[in-house]
Write a protein that binds this ligand. Structure first.
Ligand code: UGA
Length: 439
């Protein structure tokens, strides 16, 4: 195997995972970030994102000398480790005005590095970017001797290290075949199927994959609603359709709607890409609308369960919320459906006490202003007129539900993730409502 000298710009969950995993595959990796405190912490081996396996890989990389951290992309280019052969861009591409991805961070790195990139080096875009960005980056760069390659990532937060080291596929797009092959070779040890294509197709693969996943979830959430109306059970329906290998069992769990830092951003951006190409992507619009509606549907469900009426008032009703992050296994609150539901409940006048295993009550995040954060699930439940499970943390399953029943004001649980065992809850005296189940 060829050991490459690699620079990774950006140490978010994608950049840091990419850097640490490439180092674990034997490459020599220098990671750069613009945040001096973060760089200092990383040099000491402190990882401040919740990503299983990542602290261990970072420690291993630092100890072996194959992984290092520097402040700023320019410093990474001139690191004593030697000139980079491959530079990964893993900087944020947040949702900008009208759902268009904001490429300011990509552009600023290109400006900073333009004159420092050695001849023949390859710039790889790992950030999720609109189709045409590789081309635009190449133009901005203005260097014929440096190829720009699109190599989208498919990492899930919370399982990023596992996903990196066990990929379903590697996608590499570039019009220059040798540059694409060089990037693909970095992953050779992983033995994954590799799609070598042009940059535009590679960029589209990422959007098309995330939009498909979002569509699958909106579809399941819509079928779950139908199940409730028809008296069917969504678990059995999804199990029944999931055995069809063309459909698969994954991504069929209904919930309060999909969220996180990726699916909402990428569906909005894809819609924008379609609009700009004069294509009315109705299926995708319906996917997004179904998701927005799903959050309100959860509030309607809670209202009915707690007040006994579809139009009952939630004003001054005390609710205990279990889970705030956008999914279990992460401390990420970005575009969390749990917070979206909390915001709607707050608007309706409810008083919210929330517990999340990844949040401490001292967490000073502005998004948490909606709720009173407590550090114990039984505290969240105290005097609650209803409990709502919003994130699928496995720990909630093994709570002492008899004790929970003793502290609540009313034994009512709305389980928007179908996480809990309804029999255990009912035995403890709770009235349990799930999603896509018989009332
Ligand atoms: C997603 C994709 O799954 C990754 O492949 C992709 O690389 C990543 O976006 C990205 O673009 O960087 P992630 O946002 O970490 O990963 O989270 P997912 O596990 O996909 O969950 C997304 C949302 O769907 C969460 O709100 C989750 O609770 C929800 N979900 C997922 C369900 O409601 N039901 C399911 O069965 C699965």
């Amino acid at each position: 195997m060829f050991v490459r000298r690699i620079v990774v710009v950006g140490t978010g969950y994608v950049g840091l995972t990419t850097g640490a995993c490439l180092a674990s595959l034997g490459h020599r990796v220098v990671c750069a970030d613009v945040d001096p405190d973060k760089v200092k912490r990383l040099i000491r081996g402190e990882v401040d994102i919740l990503e299983p396996g990542l602290p261990e890989l970072v420690a291993e990389g630092l100890a072996s000398g194959r992984l290092s951290f520097v402040l700023g992309a320019a410093a990474a280019m001139t690191d004593p480790a030697g000139a980079p052969e491959v530079v990964f861009l893993c900087v944020p591409t947040p949702m900008g005005v009208g759902g268009v991805a904001d490429l300011a961070a990509v552009e600023s790195v290109v400006d900073e590095c333009r004159d420092l990139l050695p001849e023949g080096c390859v710039v790889v875009n790992k950030s999720t970017v609109p189709v045409g960005t590789a081309q635009r980056t190449a133009e901005l760069l203005g260097r014929d001797d440096v190829a720009v390659v699109s190599n989208p990532e498919f990492l899930r937060e919370g399982t990023a290290v596992y996903d990196f080291l066990n990929p379903d596929r590697i996608v590499v797009g570039c019009d220059k075949q040798d540059a694409a092959e060089r990037v693909a070779a970095l992953y050779a040890r992983l033995g994954a199927p590799t799609v070598l294509t042009d940059a535009e197709s590679a960029e589209l693969v990422k959007y098309a994959a995330n939009c498909f996943l979002a569509m699958k979830l909106s579809y399941v959430n819509a079928v779950a609603e139908l199940c409730e109306r028809l008296g069917a059970n969504i678990n059995d329906v999804t199990e029944g359709i999931g055995y069809d290998h063309r459909i698969g069992q994954a991504f069929l769990t209904p919930g309060p709607g999909w969220g996180g830092s990726c699916l909402p951003k990428d569906t909005a951006a894809m819609l924008q890409v379609a609009d700009a190409a004069d294509f009315e992507f109705r299926l995708l619009r319906a996917t997004i609308d179904t998701n927005t509606r799903q959050r309100q549907r959860m509030v309607d469900k809670i209202r009915l369960a707690v007040t006994g009426k579809r139009t009952g008032s939630l004003s001054k009703v005390r609710l205990g919320l279990l889970g705030l992050t956008f999914k279990a296994g992460t401390d990420d609150l970005r575009d969390s459906p749990a917070l979206a539901v909390a915001a709607l409940l707050r608007q309706a006048g409810a008083e919210l006490y929330a517990y999340d295993p990844a949040m401490t009550p001292t967490a000073s995040r502005p998004e948490l202003g909606l709720v009173t954060l407590v550090d114990d699930p039984y505290e969240a439940a105290r005097d609650a007129q209803g409990l709502v499970v919003l994130t699928e943390w496995p720990d909630f399953r093994t709570l002492d539900w008899v004790r929970m029943a003793e502290v609540v004001a009313e034994p009512i649980v709305v389980d928007t993730r179908n996480l809990l065992d309804p029999d255990v809850l009912r035995r403890a005296g709770f009235d349990w409502t799930g999603v896509g189940k018989k009332p």
